[in-house]
Write a protein that binds this ligand. Structure first.
Ligand code: GGG
Length: 340
């Protein structure tokens, strides 16, 4: 599978995914008019209509373009026969093993000023392999950590650390999970020896959670197994302006999925008030890390910064007492900032 530079498979998905993805596409088209889009469907709504949450045509489009912009999905919490989470399946099918979740300070009233970090989360293993079973009144979940899985994500994280401040923290809980996190720790430390330019340290996940709240500026790149990265990245997003602002990019060998960290948000879906900046900033990650257009990524991120500095906020980030704008107005504000 190879990345076609100008092709993108767009999967809006469920709920607010349908509202934020058009804004992200408009911004992408503004900076990269040559991009060719292939729309595809996936999600709970698709399942209800077709009986398949991730149709074959969607998978084929994702494989052919190699690059996906995904909105959000809302899987039911109860088991539904024949249903499997389409985004989990897509990540697995494309084997996007490294999930990048940056958190930086945006001009939002309750965002911390001292945060600028990148969480690199292993995306295919850990408890997320879904091997759970019941044995009577006991439930058992298997946690898989492999040398191969740890090594490949660690290499991505160290390469990214070299492009940033050159500092990486290996996150684990190897004092308790001596075998699984022991292998993770040992493998990441071995990869660290390939990158002597990067200042490497290690920390227990609970200690990282504590210090993230107290002093997030002490971290640059956090390299984590799947579950810890999931939890810590929500914490970091909360410090940096909220989930509505949080972008992500999952990278594999020759393929990528960009998606806002937030889910389908059924509580506000259909009202046109979702924050599209997480999706727009996910496009910036595509530009920076997949299409190697750092110049365009900077342009998009500067436009977002400018709009926020002008005091344009969706309800999730508006300061108390300030009239918020809706999704479309935020999109238009970013497009105007791009034109200015
Ligand atoms: N854009 C990320 C997203 O949709 N997050 C929610 C999520 O991953 N849900 C899994 C599911 O509902 O199947």
């Amino acid at each position: 599978m190879t990345i076609q530079e100008t092709q993108l498979c767009v999967i809006p998905g469920d709920g607010v995914g349908q509202e934020v993805i058009p804004a992200a596409v408009a911004v992408l088209r503004a900076v990269m008019p040559q991009v060719q889009l292939r729309y595809a469907e996936a999600g709970w709504e698709t399942f209800q209509r077709t009986g398949n949450a991730l149709p074959e045509e969607t998978l084929a489009a994702a494989r052919q373009t190699g690059v996906v912009l995904f909105g959000a999905v809302a899987s039911p919490a109860h088991p539904v026969p024949g249903y499997r989470s389409p985004i989990v399946a897509l990540r697995r099918e494309l084997d996007v093993f490294a999930n990048l979740r940056p958190s930086r300070c945006w001009p939002v009233y309750d965002a911390r000023r001292d945060i600028d970090l990148l969480i690199v989360r292993e995306n295919t293993e850990c408890l997320y392999v879904g091997r759970e079973r019941r044995e009577g009144e006991t439930a058992i979940a298997e946690r898989i950590i492999s040398r191969h899985g740890s090594e490949r994500v660690a290499r991505v994280a160290f390469q990214l650390a070299m492009q940033r401040k050159g500092h990486l923290t290996i996150v684990h809980k190897a004092n308790i999970l001596r075998v699984s996190d022991g292998l993770w720790r040992e493998t990441c430390l071995a990869v660290a020896r390939e990158f002597p330019e990067v200042q490497t340290d290690e920390a227990l996940v609970d200690s990282v959670a504590y210090h993230l709240v107290r002093q997030p500026g002490r971290y640059d790149v956090l390299l984590t197994p799947n579950l810890y990265g999931d939890i810590l990245s929500d914490l970091a997003a909360a410090l940096a302006g909220g989930l509505g602002m949080a972008p992500s990019l999952s990278l594999g060998a020759g393929c990528a999925i960009a998606e806002p960290v937030h889910g389908a948000a059924p509580d506000i879906a259909g009202r046109g008030i979702a924050n599209p900046l997480g999706a727009i900033l996910s496009v910036a990650l595509l530009l920076r890390y997949v299409w190697q257009r750092r110049d365009l990524a900077d342009v998009v991120e500067r436009a977002v910064e400018e709009v926020l500095a002008q005091g344009v906020f969706t309800p999730d980030i508006a300061p108390p007492g300030q009239q918020p704008v809706d999704t479309r107005a935020m999109e238009q504000a970013v497009l105007a900032a791009l034109r200015a």
